[in-house]
Every structure is written in C-alpha cells, then in structure tokens.
Design a protein around this ligand. Structure first.
Ligand code: SF4
Ligand code: SF4
Length: 402
C-alpha cells in the first residue's frame, strides 16, 4: 500500500523548504549570536543597542523552544532538513545501521561535550569559527550555488567533518542532531519543561513499540506517558504512525508549528531591521571621525584593488589613497549573503577609514564578511593580514604601498 503524506508532514516539508531557501544559515546565526552576547556580557562590553537584533532573535528562539519545544529543529533548521533529505535517500541503500538503545543514550551526551568545547574554545578563548574546522560553516558556504565553483572547502577539516556527517546521516536519522549539534544541546536543555509535550496512553499500548521505531531522535517512547525528553524535535512522526491514536500532540501541531515558526521568522527580520538601523547610526559616527584623522599620511597616493576571502567566496575592493590617507573604499564584488555583507560593509569600511588601519573589530554576527573586507583592503595596500576565515596561504602580495 502506498504511504500517504500526512498534513503535518506536508506543512513541515513546505516550511523546511522555504527556510532552506530563505535562511539557510539561521542555525549558525542563532548560535554565533548566542556566543557574542555571552562574550560581551562576560567582557563587560555589552551595549543593548549594539546587540538588540541578536538579543531579539536569540531570546525569541529560546522562549519559543521553552514554550512549544524544538520546532526550530523540526521545522526551520536547514541542517536538520538536509539530514531528513539524506536519510530519505539512505532508505534506498540496503545496508542499515541500528544503534542499540543503551549506546544511543550515552552517545547523545557527546553533543554536550561539543557545546562545552565551543563555549570554552571559541567563546572563551576567541578561536574563530574558521572553515578549517567547522562543518556548519562549510555547509553555510555551499548553500550558495556560487560557491560550488570551488570545492576547496571540502579539503578543510570542516569539509571532511561535513562529509562524514553526510555519510552518517544516510544511515542514521538526524545523526548530527542526536549526537553532535551544540545548538541542539542547548535546545535539549531548554525544551525539557515545555508546556505542550506529546501524550501517550501507554496503558493501552501493550507491547507495541511502533511509535518508538519511528521516532526521528530515537527516544524510547514506549517507556513514557508524556514525552518530556529534550531530544524531541516535534517532527510528529510518532503521532501520525499510530492508527489507534494512542499518542498525540496537546495542540494541533500544524497550527502550533506554524505559529512557532512565524514568531521566530518575525523576530529574525525584526532583529535584522534593528541591526541595520544601529549599523547606519554607527556608520554616520565613523564617517564624522574620518575627517579628524586625515593628517597622518601613511600610504602612497593612488587607487588600488585587492581581494579577500569572505564567507562564500572572494570579496574585491578598490581603495583610494589621497594625501597619504585612505579616503575611500568601494566594494567591487562579493559572494556573501546581502544581509551579512551589508552589515560588515557598514561597520568595517568606516572603521578602517577612520583608523587608517585594517586592525579594526569585525562586526558581530558578520565576522566572515568583515574579515573578507579587511583582507581585501590589506591586500590592496600591501599590509600584512592573516585572515582568520582561512589559515591557508592565499598568495597575497604586497604592492603599491610604503
Ligand atoms: S539539532 Fe542542531 S542541526 Fe539539528 S535541527 Fe536542531 S539546530 Fe539544527
Ligand atoms: S517523540 Fe515524536 S515528535 Fe518527538 S522526535 Fe520522536 S517522533 Fe518526533
């Protein structure tokens, strides 16, 4: 008999597709925004206006998860959607991998170790989310079709890890989500007390374990009357499989799912709008200070071009030097997403002109684009610059400068 797709799975698939096309790197944004807020609070550099956009997004996603559960993972995250797709393809492969329940329980703790590693190494010691080791970043890069012209990122550690995750996801459903995702680890802790868990009338189930066998996250549902596990991603595969309707969601999942997704999307775009406003203000402030630093004269007059490596590929700029000072920087081309790039452009370029140096802070939440611009300017001016985006040699020669 041909299996019919249930309404909730249709809604879920449509939302996953829209999210994949419109916000493919949202999980990276949420995670790095969480990190930068924490770092700024610990380092006493937190300024509400600078972080308002990130705060709206992070608090919104966390609150939705606390109230409704992990709709972010089940419906929005493109890394999760990629794994769903891979697992669907993996079903065509005759070879299967079954992780025993006990082993699965312990392997799931790995993601908390990954979270601790990132919190200490990346957030604590400011090791950047370089493509050298982050599979998320490589995935983010290749969600842009332009980036496929160069497959070099698959040769980084992040690329190799991504390939391993892809292979794992063919055989184990939500392989990365279950065992490795640091954001999933945070969500797992937050969603334990959610208001709308899944209910199961276990006294009527006997020895049936059908819902357990269908659970995307391998939760041993047969043990529970109520699914309070933080692993649940609200995919609703368990509720649709039981013909006797002994397991069900508290609310209509299609409605609560759509509501949760709408709240997150609304906060994301509200955050972006807030960021754009505050970036424009800081850009004006920087522009005002440019005039004050024009006496120094450290570069040779002329117009120079340079290239740097951004998030999805190269960034090209033209730098104009007048009276020994950088007077203008124009972006000739870039491959990064508009929303990230324009934030980096509005923050970094005025700061470089103002300080007459590429030694300026990257824009929070647009670090890769910022580094690409800084590297391109340094390349044009022949200044030494090590791009944290990629430690590999890129052959930048010093030219036209003194
Ligand atoms: S666990 Fe991580 S990768 Fe999986 S869906 Fe959630 S945020 Fe995305
Ligand atoms: S318990 Fe049900 S809704 Fe939750 S992850 Fe498992 S199958 Fe999906």
């Amino acid at each position: 008999m041909k299996k019919k797709l249930s309404p909730i799975q249709i809604v879920r698939a449509v939302i996953q597709l829209i999210a994949f096309v419109t916000v493919p790197a949202l999980f990276i944004t949420v995670f790095s925004a969480t990190g930068s807020i924490i770092i700024s609070i610990i380092g006493s550099t937190f300024v509400l206006t600078d972080y308002l956009g990130s705060l709206l997004l992070v608090l919104g996603v966390f609150l939705v998860t606390i109230i409704f559960g992990r709709y972010f993972c089940g419906f929005i995250c493109s890394f999760g959607a990629m794994q769903d797709l891979l697992y669907a393809f993996g079903k065509l492969i005759p070879f299967k991998v079954k992780i025993p329940e006990k082993a699965d329980k312990y392997i799931k703790f790995l993601k908390y170790a990954v979270l601790a590693f990132v919190a200490v190494g990346v957030w604590g010691f400011s090791v950047t989310g370089s493509v050298v080791w982050s599979p998320w970043t490589v995935f983010g890069i290749y969600t842009s079709l332009d980036a496929w012209s160069s497959l070099e990122y698959f040769l980084t550690l992040g690329g190799v890890l991504l390939l391993l995750i892809i292979i794992g996801s063919l055989f184990i459903e939500r392989f990365f989500c279950k065992y490795l995702c640091p954001l999933g680890a945070i969500f797992s802790l937050l969603s334990r007390t959610r208001l709308y868990p899944i209910k199961r009338r276990s006294e009527e189930c006997g020895n049936c374990k059908l819902c357990t066998s269908k659970c995307s996250m391998s939760i041993p549902l047969y043990k529970y009357d109520e699914v309070s596990s933080g692993e649940c991603i609200n995919c609703m595969k368990c509720t649709e499989i039981c013909q006797k309707e002994r397991i069900s969601a508290y609310t209509l999942p299609a409605i609560s799912g759509t509501l949760a997704v709408t709240i997150i999307a609304g906060l994301y775009y509200a955050g972006m709008f807030t960021n754009t406003q505050s970036d424009a203000e800081s850009s004006n402030k920087n522009a005002a200070s440019v005039t004050q630093s024009e006496e120094s004269g450290i570069y040779k007059d002329g117009t120079y071009s340079g290239t740097g490596k951004g998030f999805r590929g190269s960034t090209k700029v033209t730098v104009t030097v007048e009276n020994g000072n950088i007077s203008d920087i124009t972006v000739d081309s870039f491959k990064d997403d508009d929303e990230f790039f324009s934030r980096a452009e509005n923050g970094v370029i005025p700061a470089v002109i103002s300080s007459q140096s590429t030694d300026v802070d990257a824009v929070s939440g647009a670090t890769f684009s910022s580094n690409g611009i800084k590297e391109a300017v340094a390349d044009a001016l022949g200044i030494e610059f090590t791009n944290p985006n990629d430690t590999a040699e890129q052959g930048h020669g010093g030219r036209h400068s003194r």
